[in-house]
Write a protein that binds this ligand. Sequence first.
Ligand code: ATP
Length: 279
Amino acid sequence: MDAMTVPTRQPSWANGAPPSSPLLSVEGVTLEYQVPGRVVRATQNVSFAVWEADRFILLGASGCGKSTLLKAVGGFLVPRTGRILLDGRPVHDPGPDRVVVFQEFDQLPPWKTVRENVAFPVRASGRLNRKEALERAEHYIEKVGLTRFADAYPNTLSGGMKQRVAIARALAMEPRILLMDEPFAALDALTRRKMQEELLALWEEVRFTLLFVTHSIEEALVVGNRIALLSPHPGRMRAEINSHEWDLASGGSPQFQAAANRIHDLLFESAEVEEENHD
Ligand SMILES: Nc1ncnc2c1ncn2[C@@H]1O[C@H](COP(=O)(O)OP(=O)(O)OP(=O)(O)O)[C@@H](O)[C@H]1O
């Protein structure tokens, strides 16, 4: 294990002393799907801990169980073995303390304006009255730079703008942890980069805790401060690395490229060894 693969324990907290226990603990989690005639094991014995204000990335090739892990943290899937704790309490069901932003652009009801879309989940959760929910919505719409479009309908917005609305809507819930499942994967390269930049700027301001799924090594390095590398079929923890030193400005540097190459090797060399062992 080299310096880069040493598990990190200390994230960059916004203020004050670090908390004594993680916000999210995933402990020995095995996740399965029951399909006709067989069981599909998506992850095996996966453990990691996410601390307050972490930008924690789940990185791995297609099919390694990243989305399934996110679903389980969201409370949509119960682990076959192991457990998931949020603030020390077991996760059993979905809850407003965990909000997911998906890749799809059609996650916003098209008959609601941007303002209504952002306010709706807060209002529906019963935590704020209509006026307060709209005020909260406007606050987060401003944070994602869409104030001018607050009265627009989703079908009049670009893909990037729709994702900004989805992020504002999620942040308006002020969840304990924001779950993002490849949120920028369907965007063109330039918009994707811009969205990564904006997400980081938003994090600087709000300091939310993020669990972010991607299969892009570069995106993982740029967006995350810690990265869990998962091997495929079923997904197992390969390594956990510290990535807080990289940002969008480091993109083309030789050091960044070297880090990306090392992650690639960790992900794929180990997968090859595993496949050989199974032969
Ligand atoms: N609803 C489901 N029913 C049965 N099997 C499923 C279901 N969803 C996912 N799987 C299987 O579980 C495994 C993990 O899938 P998952 O979507 O979590 O991977 P992923 O790493 O997010 O992949 P991708 O990057 O392609 O989205 C795969 O083998 C997949 O075929």
